[in-house]
Design a protein around this ligand. Sequence first.
Ligand code: SF4
Ligand code: SF4
Length: 181
Amino acid sequence: MDSAPVLERTWAQKSGLGWVGKNGNLINKQSGSFYFIATLITDLELEYDDPFAKDYCGSCTKCIDACPTDAILPGKIIDGSRCISYFTIELKEMLIPDNMKGQFDNWAFGCDTCQDVCPWNRFSKPHQEPAFQPIPAILDLSTQDWLDMTAESFKQLFRDSPLKRAKYEGIQRNLRFIQQD
Ligand code: SF4
Ligand code: SF4
């Protein structure tokens, strides 16, 4: 049962899998930060690894410099009230504040800028999982096609997609917002 939040990246760091970067993501030297973290909650006593002790961000500030909305604060804190991912995925049934206009760099669902610029992601490898391939029917949609999409088509196209999290109304709101840029 999903009854309480689990801060996966912190447990992953405690499990020796990598460090939390300035962009707030778990990073490891072999794969960067483009992967999922899986959590298994059990009361079995297992052998465990030591926490990951190092931090290989060093003096790099690429994610901070590249963030379109200046959402990355000192101390590995992401300001949710400025982050595009928060606004476009998590903000429910509300308008995106006017003071964010012109800053979204055309992101309509989430934002990967702070991971795209991270030097450790040079070591990421493309996945081989067919279920993660883009839905072919949406690859050639124009902005107008997206804006004209009905709630019924959205439901059918994205029945197995994370876009369901933002819902039809959320995606339409996001599209209209970036249109005002
Ligand atoms: S997801 Fe985008 S907006 Fe949010 S902190 Fe990263 S670069 Fe900034
Ligand atoms: S871009 Fe640089 S500072 Fe940001 S998380 Fe990656 S290594 Fe760390």
